[in-house]
Unconditional design. Structure first.
Length: 162
């Protein structure tokens, strides 16, 4: 079984799409753990605030199949292939880790934005504090503790899991 961590993000009808994503992910990963939901300002473009969180799960699914599944869930929830990198989105599912695998295809692992964005690192620290980042050579908890970017503000929001 591979240990996986997936970030969730949305800034378009975010409560609805977050719920839909969690319902779908729970069908594939019944024992998933979900971080708190955080709200943050858009990074890289002017837009509505985002909801962000991270789920932890285990899977026997091969990496390529998992990547295809996450893209299909995005498409099923209104995402299009035409969406720019820095733009509003109904749903963004990014695989952060697949065990301690380091690769660039079919996904960049570990995902580069883990150490750069509070909206990824803080919820990841909630569900994977003891997980060892194979590139940074530190635990996620230690990375979060040393994170310092005052421009990125986020705050917990009330969110009831489906």
């Amino acid at each position: 079984m591979a240990q996986i961590f997936i970030s969730l993000g949305s800034n378009v009808n975010k409560v609805h799409y977050f719920r839909q994503a969690l319902i779908t992910l729970q069908r594939y990963f019944p024992n998933l753990r979900h971080s708190s939901v955080f709200e943050s300002e858009a990074v890289g473009f002017a837009g509505n605030n985002f909801y962000n969180s991270v789920v932890a799960a285990e899977t026997q699914m091969p990496l390529a199949d998992l990547c295809k599944l996450l893209k299909q869930i995005e498409l099923d929830n209104g995402r299009t292939h035409k969406d720019k990198k820095f733009s509003p989105r109904t749903l963004d599912l990014d695989l952060l880790f697949y065990d301690d695998l380091i690769c660039d295809t079919p996904a960049q692992l570990p995902r580069d934005e883990i150490t750069k964005n509070a909206f990824v690192l803080q919820p990841l620290a909630e569900v994977a504090g003891d997980f060892f980042h194979p590139v940074a050579q530190q635990t996620i908890a230690k990375l979060w503790k040393s994170y310092n970017n005052p421009k990125q503000k986020l705050w917990k929001v009330e969110f009831t899991n489906p």
